[in-house]
Design a binder for this molecule. Structure first.
Ligand code: NAG
Ligand code: NAG
Length: 140
């Protein structure tokens, strides 16, 4: 009765290690899901050369850089320039790694900018992250 249970135990150990690897990959996931759920644009527009251009670029860049470094991956931001404010919010699914959050926000930025060209507000919701910007403060 000495040998057989031991080898079964070893096999079980190996099996559970394999299962653990699979489940870690599932929980931390190997890739963010960047499929776009919705994109919505404010109907208002701004023109080329409007100071809002610079404020928007500032906020979108900061959302993408700071959100993945924040606990909980949820970050609100306001541009620092006084003549045209851009307000922003970004969040990632908390199961993502920080670099996957960055990758997802990059996809979210491209999605909102390509659909909401020169719009004063826009939002993209992907399966694993979201970005929104406006010229006014907002809650969601
Ligand atoms: C993203 O998630 C949705 C909903 O669960 C699913 O239908 C879609 O296939 C997923 N896409 C990828 C690339 O995993
Ligand atoms: C985050 O990802 C997990 C694992 O894929 C999924 O079950 C969950 O619904 C996601 N949460 C959100 C808020 O999308």
């Amino acid at each position: 009765m000495g040998l057989l249970p031991k080898s079964i135990a070893q096999n079980l150990t190996i099996l559970s290690s394999i299962l653990l690897l699979f489940s870690l990959c599932d929980v931390a996931r190997c890739k963010p899901n960047t499929t776009v759920k919705i994109v919505q644009c404010n109907i208002g527009t701004y023109t080329e050369g409007d100071p809002f251009t610079i404020s928007l670029a500032y906020v979108l860049a900061e959302l993408e850089n700071v959100t993945p470094a924040r606990q909980g991956y949820d970050f609100r931001d306001i541009s620092p320039y006084p003549n045209a404010f851009a307000y922003g919010h970004a969040a990632c699914n908390q199961t993502l790694t920080s670099s996957d959050c960055t990758a997802c926000l990059s996809a979210a930025r491209i999605a909102v900018l390509s659909s909401c060209d020169h719009r004063i507000g826009g939002r993209s919701v992907l399966y694993d992250c979201t970005i929104r910007y406006e010229q006014y403060p907002f809650d969601d």
